[in-house]
Design a protein around this ligand. Structure first.
Ligand code: ATP
Ligand code: MG
Length: 392
């Protein structure tokens, strides 16, 4: 008997033409996330088998639960295809699981195996009835036992662990996530990852107006997203001079609008340099003055790249519930100031006009400042090596 972890791909098996590419990326992602463990991966068109030492199984499964593109994870036992071995293994599995009822579900992928599935269910089922106190329940068994008879042996398993779903990260290429320390943008990043978009993160900081803790909080959020993304990079944008110039030169009701147009310009330029196809952010319609449709429209004018806003149409409570699910909420609500919250005017314009933005942007040499700012972006690649424990 050999014990291993079996993975089901789910949704991606339906995309026939791209299947090989999907599986290749998924396999790379799995190997990357499990790089600390001694594993061997085998795969076919619908399954992947991960072999390792049994002591690592629980940890491996925890990691696999964060890999997009997986739909089911099961611990399975491979035995030789003969009735005695299968019967023995079925009893072993039943012993390890609590319940009063069972059901045998046989799938015969190896058509050379002479006993039809239904007949085999009965054969194994009656053996279990003779050797245990369990009863059969064909509708809602406590312990369903799956037996897959394949060419190279029989695979036995019980309850499937539901995996995270989505598409393997990377199959869609890359997007640049504007990652702040708030609740929304980490959730936006997670949802983008779920659709197969690899992300890099861009964080605008304005020291000394924003603190080191605020930056560490963002890095910590990136670290949490890294569980789903793998190899995440965070680019830190030195935004102080631009923000101070806006504060000095621009009428205060337009300060946020202009600030966001500057952020978008920097994000666009840097995203192109990093070969990203889209920008991603955590804007949510109507949440604040800069997120009305008029504001979004005026701000969006400065970019010629699609901007994806995964939480645009979610309520704050829905976003919070997702943030809790993915594990970013507790970090997001830590109280460190963000650069947007420091320069907040009393009455930000709710329906900004494009012509006014253009006029106000002539009041200072922003082109020069943007260039200088982009040149000084600092990149952090070893996100898991940093220590942010002092935060919590
Ligand atoms: P909250 O969850 O409190 O709304 P937020 O991060 O969404 O926080 P907003 O002011 O609503 O803050 O900003 C909208 C979006 O703009 C963010 O979701 C994020 O994508 C981007 N953004 C804001 N501030 C920054 C920043 N300092 N660095 C990078 N991106 C930012
Ligand atoms: Mg927000």
């Amino acid at each position: 008997m050999e014990k291993m972890i079996l993975i089901k791909y789910g949704e991606l098996t339906t995309k026939k033409s791209n299947r090989n590419f999907f599986i290749k990326i998924l396999c790379q992602n799995i190997k990357n996330t499990l790089k600390e463990y001694p594993i061997e991966v085998e795969m076919d068109r619908v399954r992947m088998y991960i072999k390792s030492e049994e002591i690592y199984f629980n940890k491996i499964i925890e990691k696999l639960k964060c890999v997009f593109g997986l739909h089911g994870i099961v611990v399975c036992y491979k035995v030789n295809t003969n009735i005695e071995d299968i019967q023995m293994q079925v009893l072993e599995i039943l012993k390890k699981n609590d319940g009063n009822t069972f059901k045998i579900i046989t799938k015969r992928a190896d058509k050379n195996f002479e006993i039809p599935s239904m007949e085999f269910n009965q054969l194994i089922g009656s053996y279990v009835l003779r050797n245990t106190d369990l009863k059969v329940d064909v509708h809602q068994p406590d312990i369903p036992i799956y037996i897959e008879i394949r060419n190279d042996g029989s695979y036995l398993y019980t309850n499937e662990i539901k995996a995270i779903g989505g598409y393997p990260v990377g199959i869609q290429g890359k997007g640049m996530l504007m990652l702040s320390g708030g609740i929304d943008s980490p959730v936006a990043g997670y949802l983008a990852l779920k659709r197969g978009i690899q992300i890099e993160c861009l964080y605008f900081e304005s020291p000394p107006h924003t603190s080191l803790e605020a930056k560490n909080k963002v890095l910590r959020l990136a670290e949490i997203l890294d569980k789903y993304a793998g190899n995440i990079k965070v680019h830190i944008v030195p935004f102080t001079k631009i923000q101070e110039s806006i504060y000095k030169n621009v009428p205060h009701d337009y300060m946020i609008t202009i600030m966001r147009r500057m952020m978008y310009r920097i994000a666009l330029d840097f995203a192109k340099k990093r070969k990203c196809k889209i920008l991603i952010n955590g804007e949510s319609i109507g949440q604040v003055a800069s997120q009305t449709l008029s504001s979004i429209s005026v701000i969006n004018q400065v970019v010629d790249m699609p901007v994806i806003r995964p939480v645009a149409c979610l309520d704050k409570l829905e976003i919070i519930s997702l943030a809790k699910k993915i594990g970013t909420y507790e970090t997001s609500i830590l109280p460190y100031e963000d650069c947007c919250t420091i320069f907040v005017p009393k009455h930000p314009v709710i329906h900004p006009e494009l012509s006014k933005c253009i006029e106000y942007e002539k009041l200072f040499d922003f082109e020069y400042l943007l260039k200088e700012c982009i040149q000084n972006i600092e990149t952090i690649t070893d996100i898991n090596m940093q220590k942010y424990d002092d935060l919590l």
